[in-house]
Design a binder for this molecule. Sequence first.
Ligand code: GLN
Length: 307
Amino acid sequence: MDYQTILNEIKTEVSPLLNEGKVADYIPALADVDPEQFAMTITLFDGKEYSVGCSDTLFSIQSISKVFTFTMALKLYRKELYKRIGREPSGNPFNSLVQLEYENGKPRNPFINAGAINVTDSLISFYKNDKITYEEILKFIQAISKDNSIKSCDEVASSEMEHGYRNLALANLMKSFNNLDNESVNVVKTYFKHCAIEMNTKMLSRSMMYLANNGTDPITKLEYITPSQSKRINAVMLTCGHYDASGDFAYRVGLPGKSGVGGGIVAVVPNIMGISVWSPRLNKQGNSLVGTKALELFTTKTGLSIF
Ligand code: GLN
């Protein structure tokens, strides 16, 4: 398949849409980004990589980081993890408080904010310290992306903290239900720090290889998680990775994927490749508008969806 030609065609076809949608301005430091950028990368199992657009430009990975923290927590706690977090789609916005109250402080899944904050809490309990926890998360992301230059942006992390009332509310609500071990402020700070990690589409597409290959990096042959854990993470990405637009994403794209409000999306074609796309303007549910369209075009043109 001529992947480069397909990526070039996608870039041309999405360009009229680049002015649609809105950047995430509830995090002021994120609103500064040039909103009409586009990048897409795919990485194959033999290490071949194809890109289009500004695939070297770093952006805030935001909720894509939740895939990595969930991986770490599932590896450490196995099914014990589900005592504190569910694995069902929420059908609600990513930062909603309402369902968490009804369901006694147990978040629906690890990808909505409450669930991801809870996952970060479980990691802090394991590593005993929030600073070490962040360092372990960063080390894991650097390892699977094969890039030690990856780091968090302090400006974005503090901007999130300054405006993070809702996330703090989610943490406090869980704490009130005895479903948070550590102090809310420390947990939320660590959560913001991993959300503020910056990567480009080349790094992110590379980082998906272990999930595309049953838990083992197909290039280095390192086993990060078991095939069964990989299957489960992919399932949660498919059903919950795009919040209340997860059904729409599965319908249009047909791949396990995870979005972030920085405008990035990662996706997995099982046994074939990792994909990442980036364009900052978001749809109503907080997922990259052009990114979703680009992935839809990709699976339509290549036939590489799981369905
Ligand atoms: N850090 C962001 C928040 O907590 C992550 C949200 C997202 O990417 N959907 O609001």
